[in-house]
Design a protein around this ligand. Structure first.
Ligand SMILES: Nc1ncnc2c1ncn2[C@@H]1O[C@H](COP(=O)(O)OP(=O)(O)OP(=O)(O)O)[C@@H](O)[C@H]1O
Ligand SMILES: [Mg+2]
Length: 351
């Protein structure tokens, strides 16, 4: 029987989303096929083996009693995970694969993927370089532009030194993009630090907010269109693109953090309200982008649909996996079950 290591929690701002995703994954994984080694990572980055109730993961209480849990260390030489109980008892486990059910920094950005690659343990999903590139929207845009020619929002890239002369930066963006503009951190998620800038007076604050999340920001022309998402699944080189979904923002100005996670005004259309020809087109774009970025096993590819066609927005290499998340919803709509999807993702990871 294969042993799978499931990682949850972590040091990113998306810790809570990870707990919900992990709860759903762990509730659906076939325990008659796989041994599980569950590792919870606290918000401050401590790793513990967790064998307790799944419900405590969902509620966040799993980490209330960390002094009773074994700590975990990865031995890079042997590739074994070493668990040390509070009484000093050590157990070592060899895992056949690691599933990082983590979102954002130190989970989705290639760091965890690189660490396990060094230890020789396969990781479910994209590898180190691909994860790092996809986490950084500016890098992603360069690869997609060079490799695919698929339309994207025009953008200006700025760093702290450019923001030192805010007037010059604003003039450059006004000339290149016009209003409204979208300002966003290059590497972040969940719309944290994203602003819509409608006039000169809002520019400086928006750039400062985005720079607080990442040292590099993207300032983009605003695309007028509806938001369309596609789930892509890969198994040994063969790509499958799901039924596309459409985000219904319930009247919000854009898909910001509140609209995503707090207000209940937003929803979705599945399938998206597009023609069969547009469906085929956006599925083909999603596969082309997945391939250009060397993605593996799964990713969610996000677009706008405008009056003149599709515009690529961004890719998520570890999208939300909660029962209400779009990736599993789209795959289920395309004919899979949630449990079957997890099983396929794991089997696609083994050589
Ligand atoms: N150029 C643009 N034109 C119009 N709307 C935009 C543009 N860029 C971003 N948005 C809006 O802001 C939202 C968040 O932006 P984006 O998806 O790039 O960031 P994110 O924080 O990475 O989100 P995620 O949590 O999906 O990773 C988008 O869903 C969209 O509503
Ligand atoms: Mg997004």
């Amino acid at each position: 029987m294969k042993t799978i290591c499931i990682l949850f929690g972590g040091r990113s701002s998306e810790y809570d989303v990870s707990l919900s995703s992990a709860y759903a994954v762990l509730s659906n994984i076939d325990r008659s096929t796989y041994n599980l080694l569950c590792i919870g990572i606290t918000r401050d980055g401590r790793w513990f083996r967790y064998d307790g109730a799944l419900e405590e993961i969902r509620t966040g209480h799993w980490c209330d009693y960390t002094e009773t849990l074994p700590t975990v260390a990865l031995d890079l030489s042997s590739g074994k995970l070493r668990c040390t109980a509070p009484d000093g008892t050590v157990t070592e486990t060899v895992c056949d694969a690691v599933f990082p059910v983590l979102h954002g920094k130190f989970g989705e950005d290639g760091t965890i993927q690189g660490m396990f690659a060094v230890a020789g343990i396969p990781v479910v999903g994209c590898g180190c370089t691909s994860s790092g590139v996809c986490m950084d929207k500016a890098f992603t845009k360069s690869i997609v532009a060079a490799d695919t020619g698929i339309r994207q929002a025009k953008a200006v890239i700025a760093r702290a030194e450019d923001a030192a002369d805010m007037d010059a930066l604003r003039t450059k963006c006004e000339n290149a993009l016009g209003y409204p503009m979208f300002v966003k951190p290059s590497a972040a998620g969940s719309s944290v630090g994203v602003s819509k800038v409608k006039s000169a007076g809002q520019f400086s604050d928006a750039v400062t907010r985005a720079l607080a999340e990442d040292g590099k920001v993207l300032i983009e022309e605003a695309i007028v269109g509806r938001e369309i998402e596609v789930a892509v699944f890969e198994d040994h080189g063969e790509l499958f693109a799901s039924t596309p979904a459409e985000i219904d923002m319930g009247g919000s100005e854009f898909y910001d953090y509140d609209t995503k996670y707090i207000s209940d005004a937003s929803g979705y259309y599945l399938p998206a309200r597009i023609t069969p020809e547009q469906t085929a087109e956006v599925q083909a774009y999603a596969k082309t982008i997945f391939h250009a970025l060397d993605c593996k096993v799964f990713s969610r590819v996000d677009f706008f649909v405008t009056e003149t066609g599709f515009v690529f927005n961004e890719i998520n290499t570890i999208p939300g996996f909660t029962p209400i998340s779009m990736y599993p919803k789209m795959m289920i709509h395309s004919g899979m079950t949630y449990a079957g999807l997890i099983d396929r993702m794991l089997s696609a990871t083994f050589a």
